[in-house]
Design a protein around this ligand. Sequence first.
Ligand SMILES: Nc1nc2c(ncn2[C@@H]2O[C@H](COP(=O)(O)OP(=O)(O)OP(=O)(O)O)[C@@H](O)[C@H]2O)c(=O)[nH]1
Length: 448
Amino acid sequence: MVLDKLGQSLNNALRKLARASTVDEALVREVVRDIQRALLTSDVNVRLVLDLTKKIEKRALEEKPPAGVSKKEHIIKIVYEELTSFLGKEAKPIEIKEKPTILLTVGIQGSGKTTSVAKLARYFQKHGYKVGLVCSDTWRPGAYFQLKQLVEPYGIEVFGDPEEKDAVKLAKEGVEYFKKKGVDVIIVDSAGRHKEEKGLIEEMKQISNAINPHEVILVIDGTIGQQAYNQALAFKEATPIGSIIVTKLDGSAKGGGALSAVVATGAPIKFIGVGEKIDDLEPFDPKRFVSRLLGLGDIQGLLEKFEELSKETEFTEEDVEKFLRGKFNLKDMYAQLEAMRKMGPLQQILKMIPGMGYSIPDEVIKVSEERLKKFKVIMDSMTEEELENPEIINYSRIKRIARGSGTSTKDVKELLNQYKQMKKFFKGMDKRKLAKMAKKFNFGGLGI
Ligand SMILES: Nc1nc2c(ncn2[C@@H]2O[C@H](COP(=O)(O)OP(=O)(O)OP(=O)(O)O)[C@@H](O)[C@H]2O)c(=O)[nH]1
């Protein structure tokens, strides 16, 4: 989970507030101190922390909650609002206005640049764009092969020449190549040889002059914490069309420091890297980020994930609804299990649902490729009526289905069991989820 520790400590601070019988000045100060500690532990700059928490404290002590809103709810809303504006307030997506839109990525050695380029390419592909990648890293011939290997499974083409020594020439040729091919987005990956900002910015200028990108993206390693400030500032001063990806926010204790330091420079963060896999890239949206961090859930993120997926698997809004309501039959279950496998660990997704918290029984969601295949064979031997209403399947039908599909009664029972568990689980979740969701919009999703 992204910024797990910070999220837990902030959540604990708010829970303290939620549990208290009365909200007085002492409690507000204590909660604010807890928030301070949480942010400092995440390497957020001391001055920034003090400014932020002073604002929270002042508002919490002075503002009167509007009618119908409790003091506790109001303070949680204040914390949410202040943290959100601390992290930049609004999401600023990369816009693909022109065809082709040319993006140039730069980053210090090991920042996660090459991985992020592959993730970005995949992201745009999932959004229906045709993408071409140019590797102009002439310092590390391996970079070309690394990039190729990362995107090959998705049919994304990489232009490069490990023998070529002239990065600017490569970048130019690559852009021309993909312009002729008529792609929508061209991403140029520059050399990651630099250990500090100066060389990086010099190279960015040279390549920028040659290919005239719509946007230059700096990839910053989130594990460096508030040190990200200098990199982001030098970059922001060097280009008016710069934006930032902060990587490795999964498992980094200092991620909060890196994010807030970048925001403090005024450079927009557009994406965050949340894992090593190609799909582990998220558009950065302060509102969503903070609500998830505070444990208020993120229904928006969940729906977006489904939306991305639906472009590939014909998933409809209705399916999402069914999934969320636990109203589904065997066919839906199959589609959903398949979708979940594609989307990655379901734990990660369910955590975005308000109120889902941290524990989902493994047996509800674990499904291997092999098992899925077996499910398909079994389902092929069922009647339409049975698929739509599996409850009608009795033992003699189980035996017939097993025979018809060349499987065992145990296998058929396993499928039905999985269905039952999923249905029960999601049904159980439904009421809570809806209640929490409703509360979330009043910013009261902490059980108060
Ligand atoms: N956990 C995690 N690891 C990441 C993330 N992004 C990148 N990495 C890992 O960071 C390491 C460095 O990534 P690269 O993409 O090779 O870095 P680079 O900046 O291109 O490096 P050079 O090409 O050597 O300059 C790799 O092991 C990546 O898997 C992320 O968001 N989370």
